[in-house]
Ligand binder design. Structure first.
Ligand code: F6R
Ligand code: MN
Length: 185
């Protein structure tokens, strides 16, 4: 039998197309507590789009042994001296790893180890990033164009947002003297 894939990946825009793609969006108003400068966050229009996530989930969430494929498009922008960024999370099954691939734009992948050591990998078109298990991850757009990236993760990984919203990362990427820098807290 010869079949054509029902899901396609656009390699310029990073967008997924096809039936049953799940889509979610996060606005400034959805991201309370994510940015250190609360006053700057409050000054922004809460309906401002920060990022969109598309997911291709060929098996149900929680199934062991499957994989998910996702696209994230993170707009350029800033909140105080921080860049627009994702909420960040651990995986609920914390040992589950993940790949990120940058399609376009300039980003910072912020990683935090279980002993709360935070590090950064710069993201540029074509860069591949392996996120080991037990590692909290968040992405910031440090450029002036949308940051377009792809992700592949196990279908039983799940998402633990609670730990990061309670304890945060131990470092943040901030614009210091015009340059994106990792500032440890
Ligand atoms: C999946 C994954 C990405 C993120 C996406 C948005 O495990 O890491 O698909 O979910 O980039 O970031 P969060 O989920 O932190 O809002
Ligand atoms: Mn993840």
């Amino acid at each position: 039998m010869i079949q054509t894939s029902k899901i396609t990946q656009h390699f310029t825009t990073g967008e997924l197309a096809g039936q049953s793609i799940l889509e979610s969006r996060k606005t400034i108003g959805d991201l309370e507590g994510v940015f250190r400068d609360r006053a700057a966050w409050e000054r922004l229009d809460p309906s401002t789009l920060v990022y969109r996530v598309q997911a291709h989930q060929p098996v149900a969430e929680g199934v062991e042994g499957g994989l998910f494929w996702g696209a994230t498009i993170l707009e350029p922008g800033s909140v105080g001296d921080e860049f627009f960024q994702t909420r960040g999370h651990l995986h609920s099954r914390a040992n589950r790893a993940e790949f990120y691939v940058t399609v376009a734009g300039l980003g910072a992948l912020i990683l935090m180890s279980p002993d709360r050591v935070t590090s950064v990998e710069w993201m540029t078109a074509g860069s591949i990033h392996y996120i080991p298990g037990f590692t909290a991850h968040r992405v910031a757009n440090i450029g002036t164009e949308p940051l377009r990236m792809l992700a592949c993760w196990p279908s039983d990984a799940g998402h633990d947002y609670e730990t990061i919203s309670r304890f945060g990362f131990s470092g943040r990427v901030r614009r210091i003297d015009g340059q994106a820098s990792l500032i440890l807290e």
